[in-house]
Design a protein around this ligand. Structure first.
Ligand code: SF4
Ligand code: SF4
Length: 288
């Protein structure tokens, strides 16, 4: 049986699929988007999180750490967890919970009656859930007959992408940039796999929603939106496009995982929202 690493389960979500939903966040992602607001989802491993506002600098954590990683040199941290219980202010915790597919499915199925009453279901997000493909597929198979959605960057081998699409009722797919070189500059990977998987999704009939993070000066321009709208114009299962405008609070959690937030785009500008290319092609677009 496959084991996987998750970092959060959230109840009562209403923006990630029909009805009321339970969201599950898988840990680990092969992309490094400069605007990522969940840095604790990037590493596939269990990791230490430190809430610096709670730290009073007493130094007790240093006395138990064998790796010279406490209090804040988290690049040296091995995630042993010894410093957590000694901190008098609860500033330190481990992020990441390893579960079997059976354990996670059992926990999620405990919400079944409530979710079905609202016409809701389960949405699996991340990180990048397809990064733990075997675990994801086993979990999806154990969750029927619930309504199932997965939110993905689409950066996965085509065979994995198809296996997941075949097992969900709804897929959320990001289009971060239509130009491959710019995509690579701001996310660390090119978009060839993603656009190839989009072509399959457009033809397979599964319902899907495209999410476009709007990043000021990166993709909030007419050319990118025209190209995205062109790519989507002959999609069978497309329900709508959802824009997610960048918010400068995106960097709030980086210090907790010992990283600096250093995006190369202007974080002070408000991104432009351009609906027209989608509207002229009969595609509904909304701002979340
Ligand atoms: S034990 Fe807690 S409060 Fe003390 S230095 Fe370490 S993190 Fe800060
Ligand atoms: S969890 Fe990290 S910082 Fe804490 S004692 Fe272990 S190695 Fe040191």
């Amino acid at each position: 049986m496959a084991k996987g690493m998750i970092f959060d389960i959230q109840e009562f979500a209403v923006h990630d699929g029909p009805g009321i939903r339970v969201l599950v966040f898988f840990k680990g992602c092969p992309l490094r988007c400069e605007w990522c607001h969940n840095p604790e989802g990037l590493s596939p491993k269990k990791q230490l999180i430190v809430t610096r506002d709670r730290c009073v600098g007493c130094g007790i954590c240093q006395t138990v750490c064998e790796h010279q990683a406490a209090p804040f040199a988290l690049d040296r941290c091995v995630g042993c967890g010894k410093c957590i219980s000694v901190c008098p202010n609860g500033a330190r915790r481990l992020c990441g919970c390893e579960m079997t597919s059976e354990q996670l499915a059992k926990e999620l199925l405990s919400y079944q009656a409530f979710l079905e009453l609202s016409g809701g279901g389960i949405t699996i997000s991340g990180g990048e859930p397809l990064y733990q493909a075997e675990f994801l597929i086993e979990v999806l198979e154990r969750l029927r007959p619930l309504h199932l959605a997965v939110e993905t960057s689409g950066y996965a081998p085509p065979s994995v992408f198809r296996e997941v699409v075949e097992r969900v009722d709804l897929l959320f797919l990001d289009i971060k940039h239509t130009n491959s070189a710019i995509h690579k500059r701001f996310t660390g990977v090119d978009n060839d796999l993603i656009l190839g998987n989009l072509e399959y999704l457009k033809e397979c009939g599964t319902e899907f929603i495209i999410r476009i993070p709007l990043i000021p000066g990166v993709n909030d321009n007419r050319t990118t939106m025209d190209t995205a709208a062109d790519l989507l114009s002959d999609s069978q299962g497309l329900l709508r496009v959802e824009f997610l405008p960048y918010h400068k609070t995106a960097g709030a959690k980086y210090s907790m995982v010992g990283r600096e937030y250093q995006p190369s785009f202007s974080t002070e500008s408000t991104p432009r929202v351009i609906h027209e290319p989608f509207k002229t092609r009969g595609i509904r677009s909304v701002v979340l």
